[in-house]
Design a protein around this ligand. Structure first.
Ligand code: WTA
Length: 679
């Protein structure tokens, strides 16, 4: 074992400029520190010796990709009808995997483990924020999921019906998702931090018949209500909704609509603990998950059953080297995000893992809460986001140092590029300079991890996701869709269909083609800039479209702009993601006030605060701009396109770049003059 980085490998060459994308390319800050990074961390021989997946798997997978995935599908899943068809790409970009096979996702995640004699294995160690705990074995989970499925069926949910889920991180969240899967009713989980308005548009878009929620959940030491947002969303009109199923979590008082609202404890606890899972086709919709795109309207990303579960299970086993008998796995993501779907619910449970789920925030009641949880449960695999790592880093080394973290053996990162400083801190302070870090690149659309080191194979590099997984044909191309040579930058694409790829956007066939398959015909365009280093390893450089990444959460500039212009005082708005030490990017908004509003001459702070709150109401607190700057004009090209690159320069306190393509070149001076007082 060599705990110190090998210096024998030549340094990564300086990063060449990445071609500007449709929205001016990634923030330059992302490029800076990559040019000097030459540290390497080869896997420990002990890790190599016992790893689930060795280096031979790459050659095996690339020899025949579909065949490789078919082998995984047979090995990792239990099918009620085995498939004979593997990949159907004849109607590209619409794909079908294992199409004539049949299976049930919840049976695969729960029942078959009980049948195999693992019913007493812990599936979930739940840790509530106030300190309450619950342990659910696989046998417990089978009973709970069956009860919930029976109760939901009694509320009219049938195969194919959509169920909206708006819950905190409590066991019922996992149970409800699996109960939906048991019935073949696609779930649409809406993050509990989204507003009533955002919830409403998602319920309506999917025409959900049932909404599952809770009175509230605990956040930062206090009960935070959820049910009122559901009431408000439904009051806006959602004719498809027949019932609201409410979990009692906090004991807060709730408004009640008799006939529509039902307590979980009344119907689920009373239901039979026996339920026969519904067999569905491999291509039956498993879930819809809304994510921000480049336009104002969130996209309902559709995932189906067989292919998604295959890649979820394979990646979870390979990337985290999961040993279900001995590991304790913890992914800190909320089920409201794709990471919570694939790496809290489906991947780990399909693989029979024992995992921790935690309801609250990392600093409640103290800043060592996460590390206390790692120590308490002996967590061996931890999967979290760079923004959380940076926050813990800021709080100081002495906090994690006062807990026993020696159980950790694999560390994962997801959601945004991880800067080398945070990577090194994660490795040293959390991983004891011993646990390999897997920096995993993927998206809501890809369904599962696509690019990542493998802990028993890859010599890791701080800040790089490095290699496409076995069976994944990711590449970096230039403007002409040509693969770039090592050492060059461009756009990240995927060349071949993969099992967990999105099957489309709910209710919008054309938008799916336009968004992902039109930029480079025949290639899936992810929206990320990337470069290859001298070894051909991939470094992600951030989004090249109008999507921001704030604390690992995707936000659309256009969506926030439309929220701002919906305010009566705002005439025009432009939003940029400015680089931020803690959150990766932060939302900075530039607004032009309507003449009537400007004439009121209200104090700037008051207007700014009102607009920030307005965005929080329209979308959710996560979308609240860090700053709102009132400006007299916005920089536009002659064709009327806002030049966000220049606004980003202002937001990041840089000298404003080339403004020669502006229709009116004095605009930037006007903006600068108006902002002479630093924000
Ligand atoms: C970014 C989250 C660099 C990327 C799973 C992508 C990353 C978007 C990484 C998807 C990573 C995610 N390194 N960037 N390891 N992981 N991203 O849909 O810009 O919430 O396009 O899925 O996050 O975000 P989403």
């Amino acid at each position: 074992a060599t705990p110190t980085p090998s210096t024998a490998v030549p340094p990564v060459p300086p990063v060449p400029p990445v071609p500007a994308g449709p929205a001016d390319g990634p923030a330059p800050a992302a490029l800076d520190n990559l040019s000097t990074e030459d540290r390497r961390f080869p896997p420990d021989p002990a890790m190599i010796a016992q790893a689930n997946v060795g280096s031979d798997v790459y050659a095996w997978a690339s020899a025949d990709r579909p065949d490789f995935w078919a082998d995984q599908a047979r090995e990792l899943l239990t099918w009620t009808r085995p498939f004979t068809e593997v990949l159907d790409w004849s109607e590209a970009p619409f794909v079908r995997w294992f199409a004539d096979g049949r299976l049930n996702a919840a049976y695969n995640a729960v029942d078959r483990h009980v049948e195999a004699g693992h019913g007493e294995r812990v599936a979930l160690h739940f840790e509530g924020e106030p300190g309450d705990t619950r342990t659910l074995t696989y046998a417990d989970l089978q009973r709970e999921v069956s009860r919930a499925a029976n109760a939901m069926a009694s509320l009219g949910v049938g195969t194919g019906d959509r169920v909206a889920i708006y819950l905190p991180m409590i066991p019922e969240a996992v149970i409800t998702m699996l109960a939906c899967a048991r019935l073949g009713a696609p779930h649409s989980v809406v993050f509990g931090g989204f507003s009533a308005e955002a919830l409403h548009s998602r319920i309506v878009d999917a025409a959900a018949t049932l909404v599952v929620t809770a009175d509230g959940g605990y956040r930062k030491g206090t009960p935070s209500a959820l049910k009122p947002a559901v009431d408000e969303a439904l009051a806006k009109g959602a004719p498809s909704v027949e019932h609201v199923l409410v979990v009692r979590r906090t004991g807060q008082t709730v408004d009640w609509t008799p006939g529509r609202d039902v307590w979980w404890s009344d119907v689920v606890d009373a239901a039979s603990e026996r339920h026969t899972p519904v067999d569905v086709d491999a291509e039956h919709p498993l879930f819809i998950l809304y994510t921000s795109g480049t336009t104002g309207r969130p996209k309902g990303i559709l995932h189906t059953t067989g292919g998604y579960l295959t890649q979820a299970a394979f990646t979870h086993r390979a990337v985290f080297d999961l040993k279900p008998e001995t590991d304790v796995y913890w992914c800190t993501a909320d089920i409201g995000w794709i990471t919570g779907h694939t790496y809290v619910v489906y991947g780990p449970l399909i693989n029979g893992a024992t995992q921790v789920i935690y309801e609250g925030t990392p600093d409640t009641p103290h800043r060592g809460r996460w590390w206390e949880i790692v120590q308490k449960y002996g967590v061996s695999i931890l999967y979290t986001a760079p923004t959380a790592i940076r926050t813990c880093m800021k709080w100081g080394d002495d906090i994690p140092a006062s807990f026993d973290l020696s159980s950790l053996r694999v560390l994962g990162s997801v959601g945004e590029p991880i800067n080398p400083e945070a990577w090194m801190w994660y490795r040293r302070t959390i991983g004891g300079d011993r646990a390999p870090i897997v920096d995993t690149w993927w998206q809501t659309e890809t369904g599962a991890i696509m690019i990542s080191p493998l802990p028993g194979v890859t010599s890791t590099k701080p800040g790089s996701a490095q290699v496409p997984l076995p069976g994944i044909a990711a590449d970096v191309v230039d403007d002409e869709a040509k693969s770039v040579p090592d050492g060059a930058g461009g756009y990240l694409v995927v060349r071949e269909p993969w099992p967990a790829m999105l099957r489309g956007i709910w209710g919008d066939r054309e938008r799916y083609k336009d968004t992902y398959w039109s930029r480079f015909p025949g290639l899936y365009f992810a929206g990320d800039g990337a470069k290859k280093d001298a070894d051909g390893d991939i470094w992600l450089l951030g989004r090249v479209d109008d999507v921001m990444n704030v604390s690992g959460h995707r936000l659309s500039t256009t969506e926030i702009e439309s929220a701002l212009v919906s305010h009566p005082s705002v005439a025009e708005a432009a939003v940029v993601g400015a680089s931020d030490d803690m959150t990766g990017q932060a939302v900075v908004a530039f607004v032009i006030l309507r003449a009537e509003a400007a004439a009121l001459d209200r104090p700037a702070e008051e207007v700014q605060e009102e607009l920030r709150r307005h965005v929080a109401v329209a979308i959710g607190p996560i979308a609240k701009p860090r700053q709102v700057l009132v400006v007299p004009e916005l920089p536009k090209t002659r064709s009327g396109k806002i030049m966000r690159r220049l606004l980003r320069d202002v937001a990041e306190h840089r000298t404003v770049g080339d403004a020669t393509t502006l229709a009116d070149s004095s605009v930037m001076d006007l903006i600068a003059a108006g902002l002479s007082a630093p924000p």
